[in-house]
Design a protein around this ligand. Structure first.
Ligand SMILES: Nc1ncnc2c1ncn2[C@@H]1O[C@H](COP(=O)(O)OP(=O)(O)OP(=O)(O)O)[C@@H](O)[C@H]1O
Ligand SMILES: [Mg+2]
Length: 265
């Protein structure tokens, strides 16, 4: 991968479910060590975009490239390509301990991380402040801790691209402050992050760029400040379709990518 190759490139993605167009010609990129937030009202297509990136839905048109190569044909190929995700729900294995949950990606036939699984898991649990909970059944944990277990399970594969679906959902301000530090730390370590989130303050704190979806289409993109000032965004959240006008930003499709190119600073 050359230094200019995006970690993730989504180009012209269209996904339909029967008569419903969930994604309509959606394009955006996530650069090296960049954090991009995908925001938009309920039903805008955010999780569908994740699922398309993860080969969990087959797009009608468009392409997904990971580090310059076409995405894998099945989700089982993701870990080997350096991609991990969390689910919109927790998706933890009930009846198993924290450590057992976090070990799952490290012990299957598709395991890609090197090193002793127990040591890798212990390291990630330590970084997320979960060491003391390793032997606790996940069902016994408070919700914020269970969210961190879900994040830990994604991180044990040492992803280069991490997809987070509503990581701040259901968290209080202290836990969100911790999550901000975690995401910034990932970025500092060179991990690219694509996150879906409704918590606007969190998005504004961690995102380098924001892509706004409404009814499956990109209606705005740019830095957090640019997006905050974009009337199309307010229109999307208020349901005022007309205010968005005919303008449809490409976000971005090919170089030059201004004004939505990955940040360079
Ligand atoms: N497997 C599916 N079958 C049929 N329709 C689907 C499927 N998955 C999503 N949809 C529909 O596609 C649209 C986009 O859904 P999606 O879950 O991507 O939205 P979202 O932006 O993630 O919303 P939310 O913020 O509520 O999570 C919705 O109308 C949804 O009902
Ligand atoms: Mg969703």
């Amino acid at each position: 991968m050359s230094s200019n190759t995006p970690r993730l490139e989504v180009d012209g993605l269209t996904v339909t479910f029967g008569g419903l167009t969930a994604l309509d010609d959606v394009s955006f990129t996530v650069g090296d060590a960049e954090t991009v937030a995908l925001i938009g009202p309920n039903g805008a297509g955010k999780t569908t975009a994740f699922n398309a990136v993860c080969s969990m839905v087959r797009p009608r048109a468009g392409s997904v490239r990971i580090a310059g190569r076409p995405g894998p044909s099945a989700p089982t190929g993701l870990a080997g390509r350096g991609v991990a995700r969390t689910l919109q729900g927790l998706g933890l294995f009930s009846g198993m301990t924290v450590l057992e949950n976090v070990l799952v990606p490290l012990v299957g036939p598709d395991r890609s991380a090197s090193g002793d699984p127990i040591e890798v898991a212990a390291d990630v649990l330590g970084r997320l402040g979960l060491s003391a909970r390793a032997s606790t059944a996940v069902d016994a944990l408070p919700y914020p801790d269970r969210k961190r277990v879900a994040l830990a399970r994604a991180l044990v594969t040492r992803p280069r691209l991490l997809l987070l679906d509503e990581p701040a959902g259901g968290l209080g301000s202290d836990d969100i402050a911790g999550l901000v530090l975690t995401v910034r730390g990932l970025s500092a370590d060179g991990c690219s992050v694509l996150l879906v989130e409704h918590h606007v303050d969190f998005v504004m704190e961690v995102a380098d760029r924001v892509v706004v979806l409404d009814f499956g289409r990109v209606v705005a993109c740019g830095t957090p400040d640019e997006v905050r000032a974009d009337p199309a965004v307010e229109a999307a959240y208020l349901g005022l379709e007309a205010a968005a006008g005919p303008h449809r930003p490409t976000c971005p499709r090919a170089p030059p990518r201004a004004p939505c190119s990955p940040s360079t600073g």
